[in-house]
Design a protein around this ligand. Structure first.
Ligand code: GAP
Length: 536
């Protein structure tokens, strides 16, 4: 079993994640968080909000920041005025290319299919697969043998041309053997597919009532920029944060929660003076990277990848991705956790003037065939007046945009370990442990009486009730204490407290550390300060 399969099975067994609507066979691309999962994901989101917004010190410049700055938040609706998506560019441009298979009736994202060219029996074909790496090589080989009616021992009759390449490199569709097809040429040419979920507002079911579920939380921030300025005393530079659900009708959701159709984002739009924007971009790129390392994503599995100039959006002066080497990816491949983008004044201007396009080096309002703006903006003035410099300008935006589900999945992947721990007889037993950062752990501490007699449960329950006022703690008196420890190790609980016979004589209890397995004694009355000092 691969590490990922073991993690997926642990997530189901211990109630981190379930497939949505599972009793009806599930719905592809939708996931539910179980009793432990909901605590973990809430802790990820709360850590983000606390570290970025509510705990931010506005009076001093944090490490690497050009100046002090203010942070505030918003909670906007999922369905917004349809014009928002027309001006933002999502209505015209937020699409992926898909190909359909006429034989298998399956649909694929064009850029997610790969394959390799092979010649046998005088025929050259492109064998396509959805797998990457060694699995892709093995699958293409097996399917080529089958297609050419060859046996495994005839494998040398297959003349391969190089490694797996993307389907996007193939123009001759008649030569493609689709990922689930038996015949050649069954894939359609690529077609655009808009990823926004459409819905209808009110009783109007025609285009008049059509609206979209938001594909990102960011636009709610841009369209409220003036409301925030007018209702609070924020001054540039400042950031507005929002977290919440976003929806994308992904063509091929995959890799557990990594690519879902309903997911949560944690986004900041940081507004600054154009002249200072490059410095702020670098600050946010490094600040966000540090957030992940501080919470335990360390080592070579996490990386910061600065985009090449050719990869940048038309309005961006810089973009970096924070990426993690998820175990479901082939070795050497990374998946995006968060993008940090310098967006210039693109968004605020789009919502003022109308949808913009680049013309030469300039951003101009896109014209329709009638010479009028293709998508009209709000016409509202979203510029900023600086009282001190008496300057009016449209602020530039730095956008750190993170996925709460991808972050949660990365923290789970990083935390998953198999090692050995002694049982109650001192014999080493293999164990599965989630080494989650204490701030993220769903349960902070478990409290056990060693046995269900001699007044031990009463003392343990008192400690549990004291701790429960501040922390999510768990009480368990069933079964051998070694098994109780192991259940908590699997849930990622960083500390366990056991009331034992020594407690009855000197009033101390055993504290146990999940990671080091170290045990030490603490006065029963000091459990709250002891745990507080360790959960930071
Ligand atoms: N406002 C910018 C924006 O939305 P994005 O790169 O499309 O940028 C930001 O999305 C983050 O949202 C990604 O880095 C990822 O963590 C998360 N995300 C995007 N699509 C997702 C999906 N289908 N499933 C889970 N998370 C997703």
């Amino acid at each position: 079993m691969s590490t990922m399969d073991k993690l997926v099975s642990l997530c189901k067994r211990r109630g981190f994640l379930f497939q949505s609507s599972e009793i009806y066979g599930g719905l592809n691309g939708f996931w539910d968080y179980g009793p432990l999962g909901v605590e973990l994901k809430r802790n990820v989101k709360e850590a983000w909000w606390r570290d970025m917004v509510s705990g931010h010190d506005e009076l001093s410049a944090p490490l690497g920041a050009p100046t002090p700055y203010e942070m505030t938040g918003l909670d906007c609706t999922i369905i917004m005025h349809p014009q928002v998506w027309k001006c933002s560019g999502h209505y015209d441009l937020f699409h992926d290319f898909m190909v359909d298979c006429r034989e298998s009736k399956k649909r694929y994202r064009h850029d997610q299919v790969r394959g390799r060219w092979v010649t046998a029996k005088g025929q050259r074909i492109f064998v396509a697969t959805e797998q990457a790496g060694d699995e892709g090589l093995a699958e293409t080989q097996q399917r080529a043998l089958k297609f050419f009616n060859l046996r495994a021992k005839d494998v040398e009759q297959l003349a391969w041309e190089g490694e797996l390449v993307s389907l996007t490199t193939v123009e001759d569709h008649a030569r493609i053997l689709g990922p689930d097809a038996k015949e050649l040429g069954t894939l359609t040419p690529p077609r655009e597919f808009n990823l926004m979920f459409k819905t209808y507002v009110g009783a109007l079911s025609g285009e008049e009532g059509a609206a979209f579920l938001r594909p990102e939380t960011a636009q709610g921030i841009f369209v409220n920029f003036k409301n925030v300025l007018d209702s609070s005393r924020v001054k540039i530079p400042f950031g507005i944060a929002q977290m919440g659900k976003s929806f994308r009708n992904e063509i091929t959701p995959r890799n557990f929660t990594f690519r879902s159709r309903e997911f949560e984002q944690m986004e900041i739009e940081f507004f600054c003076h154009p002249v200072a924007s490059a410095e702020w971009y670098r600050y946010w790129r490094d600040r966000r990277f540090r957030w992940y390392t501080d919470l335990g994503l360390a080592g070579e599995r996490l990386r910061l990848r600065e985009h090449e100039a050719s990869e940048l959006s038309h309005y961006s002066c810089g973009t970096a991705d924070i990426e993690y080497a998820f175990p479901f990816l082939p070795p050497g491949e990374f998946g995006e956790l968060e993008g940090i983008a310098h967006r210039g004044d693109f968004d605020l201007r789009s919502h003022m003037e109308g949808k913009l396009v680049r013309q030469g080096g300039e951003l101009v309002v896109e014209q329709g065939p009638d010479g009028k703006p293709r998508h009209r903006g709000s016409g509202k003035d979203l510029s900023y007046f600086d009282e001190e410099s008496r300057e009016r300008f449209v602020p530039h935006v730095i956008e750190p945009s993170a996925g709460a589900d991808r972050g949660t999945l990365a923290f789970l992947c990083e935390a998953y370990r198999e090692d050995e721990a002694p049982d109650e007889n001192g014999k080493l037993q293999s164990r599965v442990v989630l080494k989650l950062h204490p701030r993220l752990a769903p349960i902070k501490c478990a409290v056990f009486p060693l046995v269900k007699k001699d007044g031990m449960p009463e003392i343990a329950q008192r400690i549990y009730r004291d701790l429960k006022k501040n922390f999510n703690v768990f009480y368990d008196e069933k079964g051998a204490v070694g098994r109780r420890y192991r259940r908590q190790d699997e849930a990622g609980t960083p500390y366990c407290i056991t009331v034992d016979s020594q407690t009855l004589t000197d009033g101390t209890v055993t504290f146990r550390d999940r990671d080091t397995l170290e045990q030490w004694r603490v006065k029963a009355d000091d459990c709250v300060p002891e745990l507080s000092a360790r959960i930071r």
